[in-house]
Design a protein around this ligand. Sequence first.
Ligand code: DC
Length: 229
Amino acid sequence: MIITIDGPAGAGKSTVARLLALTLSEQSEKIYEYLDTGSMYRTIALLGLRRNVDWNTPRQLEKLAENTAITVNNGKTLLNSEDVTELVRSPEVTDKTHFAADNPAIRLIMVALQRSIAKQFLECGKGLVTEGRDQGTAVFPDAPVKFFLTATPEERAKRRLGELQQNGKQGNFNEILQRITERDLRDASRSVGPMKEPTNAIIVVSDGMTIEDVVNQLAQKCKQFQVKP
Ligand code: DC
């Protein structure tokens, strides 16, 4: 059973996907894994930074993607066998990730990898909650339950600012809001795998909801859609 969660940056997809997988695992005898597909594109960008690629020569990044083993499991992202889970969240990597995500050849490789990871989980009797921008549209269009998790740009900027402040960092609401709006536009307008609501998706707007509320709502929907043990 594959459950997809797509939606814009900052909507809480990663946390929700992880907790939904945990909740479904607790509610049934089946183990649900979760997959953070953004981390794959981020890993290619990290590699590009390390190898000092010319970002204006897409073939250089493509070659790296062709010759790299990325593994994503249990919330960890491995580049060859190095754990890069934290490293790929850095602002430098975030800034360059669009070079990987906008590249059609790299998307083909990542989509094949995502399908092969899903196949392995399903073959050993597990379920999968996978999140990204194109999971319910391009990668797993036949998934029985598809969510589009979103929140207004203002709400997402407010949350981001709160996270920064909690970590003792400064932030400017208007700058954060502008970055979020730019990323939304970029994610929605790429020629391959753009972010959009999948057909038959359940749309959840999480403004004013806690993570727990969102996870409970999604778990409830999964039950209605007969996500069986
Ligand atoms: O979800 P995230 O912020 O970690 O994603 C990083 C970037 O990768 C973001 O700009 C969107 C892109 N992405 C994508 O194009 N397709 C996916 N399935 C996941 C992420």
